[in-house]
Design a protein around this ligand. Sequence first.
Ligand code: ATP
Ligand code: MG
Length: 305
Amino acid sequence: MEFDSCGISLKEWQDKEERIETALNIYILKIIQGKNRKRILLYAVSGEQSLPDILHWQNTDLNEKDFKLVLGQSLGGKVTVDLTKVPHILIGGSTGSGKSVFLKSLLMQCIKKNAEVYIADFKGGVDFTPIWHKKCTFIMKEQALLDTLTTIIYELKHRKFLLKDCGCANISEFNKRYDNHFKRIIFACDEVAELLDKTGLSKDQKELISKIEQNLSTIARQGRAFGIHLILATQRPDANILSGQIKNNLDYRVCGRADNILSTIILDNTDAANKIPKDSQGLFLNHEGVLFRGYLFDESKTFVE
Ligand SMILES: Nc1ncnc2c1ncn2[C@@H]1O[C@H](COP(=O)(O)OP(=O)(O)OP(=O)(O)O)[C@@H](O)[C@H]1O
Ligand SMILES: [Mg+2]
């Protein structure tokens, strides 16, 4: 829909989004300024439409592009993230909001796209059925995690050196030239705040966690061109646990049901607290304000090739 702005600023149109939705019985996807600054473009769907209650994953949903992941279904269609452009993802949500299922739906796609997936899980991997243990590398202790991250950073430097040497800007270019030589590396952690919390730790343990943090920060800053990605989830609303260095580089944000504090940490606004009903599972908002339903999937069927 296109409107004359009537001299009203874009911000004011955006601030009044809910009122416009009610008045016109529509769901607004986005409001932007037209090329002609006097015009306001309003992208919307009918208010009669709704998100699916359950969205079952089918293997045909897999996006063929290197390296696009499908997050779920919004009123405007499928929501995707291209890790070659936005390399890292931060997921938040209170307990039972569907974070783990969502994280797994992304990791499952990474595996299908032939990435190397590392999962830090200090709960002993019990949240993951045996098939995951065949397909991914699990890290269950702090020291092993530091060793793994050190190896990943070594690989990052190796890739950096080789790419520079052959004049490739990133691994997509390199892989086109050299027959898919490098696999993408995905590092995931379901409870990253638990992992990085230094409260009550001894000096040695604190040092270990700091080193882990530094390595995560290096990957967050440099991983994109070299095909090394972080997908981190948290339920704890502690602002100071995830250091700015890491957080600021996790550009794609997704938040499920949350309180004001957690929503603000993840999305920089309280929308997840306001727009996602308290009893909902598998409903998420991304940092662009798009509400979507995440996939539910049956591991035993999904992983059969
Ligand atoms: N996309 C979805 N669609 C429908 N139901 C879902 C979806 N995702 C999760 N659920 C339901 O919500 C339950 C909790 O999901 P999940 O374990 O992912 O939550 P969580 O946020 O990881 O919780 P916790 O913080 O306690 O680990 C699942 O067992 C499932 O029944
Ligand atoms: Mg969980």
